[in-house]
Design a protein around this ligand. Sequence first.
Ligand SMILES: NC(=O)c1ccc[n+]([C@@H]2O[C@H](COP(=O)([O-])OP(=O)(O)OC[C@H]3O[C@@H](n4cnc5c(N)ncnc54)[C@H](O)[C@@H]3O)[C@@H](O)[C@H]2O)c1
Ligand SMILES: [Zn+2]
Length: 360
Amino acid sequence: VPPAIAVAHSHGSYHVHVAPGILERGAELIAAALGDRRTAVVTDATLLSRLGGWGITAGEAGPLVVPPGELAKTRAQWAELTDQLLARGIGRDGALIAVGGGSVGDLTGFVAATYLRGIPFVQVPTTLLAMLDASVGGKVGVDTPRGKNLVGAFHPPALVLSDPLVLASLPERDYRGGLAEAVKHGLVADQAYFAWIRENAAALGRRDPAALAHLVRRSVEIKAAVVAADEREAGQRAILNAGHTVAHALEHVSGHAVPHGEAVALGLLAESALAESLGMARATAGPLREALTALGLPTRVAPPLDPDRLLGAMRHDKKNRQDRIRFSLVEGVGRPRHEGGSWTTPAEERQIREALATIL
Ligand SMILES: NC(=O)c1ccc[n+]([C@@H]2O[C@H](COP(=O)([O-])OP(=O)(O)OC[C@H]3O[C@@H](n4cnc5c(N)ncnc54)[C@H](O)[C@@H]3O)[C@@H](O)[C@H]2O)c1
Ligand SMILES: [Zn+2]
């Protein structure tokens, strides 16, 4: 078993274990991280029947169950979970174990951040996105009717256990969507990793556990390094938003018919075309298109969406300053653009339209 990855944050650090079969050692690793704290397992309704097969035991009281997917991330679910913990008599010596995708992790982490002013929590991510993105970095929170993740906190986990074997049951579209975030990590931070993903696309497509373990490890290392350099998102962390200005617009305008991962794939492509047409990047859109195609990710929006509506949605992006739409761009594979102290770059509407035309 390779050593765990240590992720540093402002008041300590935690370990991320990535290995096929690591959950067999789950109880032991959790006990080592939490001591004899009283724990409660939180999972979602879809995953309940899988816990046993994954070797996760939830104690006599059983797991606390939230609705599947984004439905978990509401203030109402935060209140419900908090009340259930109070009813169980969980005290300051308690801890939570989130078993699920990013939705369960974000909600559970937010409850842990606020319960009795904060108790520790462990992440057991069960989607590829949660393993290589959501479980690392300490951002937790819930949605409001006005938008996603508008209420939250920074509350790093005490431990993360990522077992690629649990991904066997993940629906294909969710799985491939997670791969898009890995491509993003290669694109913004590591040319060799980007090349490795392209070369191993077939093994990744059949969810080969060894290939997946490498993928998750390298992505976690990249995200951990970026987050350690800029925990509170003052600057450099913005590079993790590559592709996301366009992606969020695609999700919004399609009414979420385009899932997040596919939107990221398309967004990376459009924003690479933008950087090239602005003369800021070379040879990124081509390799990117090849990588996405090899991974079975889309390179065109289907059915098509209205560019006017996409631009409208982008104008509301939180990265914007002084009414100009901003992007986290790369200058080449592995090289984020950092100019004049800023990690984001503004673009004119005409240029954005041209870039969008490459995916529409
Ligand atoms: N905190 C962060 O830094 C961060 C980063 C990225 C995304 N997120 C958040 O993550 C959320 C999305 O998370 P997600 O993509 O992991 O999906 P999800 O948690 O919404 O889960 C999607 C579906 O997959 C099912 N599922 C999960 N694991 C499974 C498995 N192994 N087998 C079969 N089905 C399984 C779930 O039951 C659910 O129905 C969003 O709310 C997003 O905002 C957070
Ligand atoms: Zn994303």
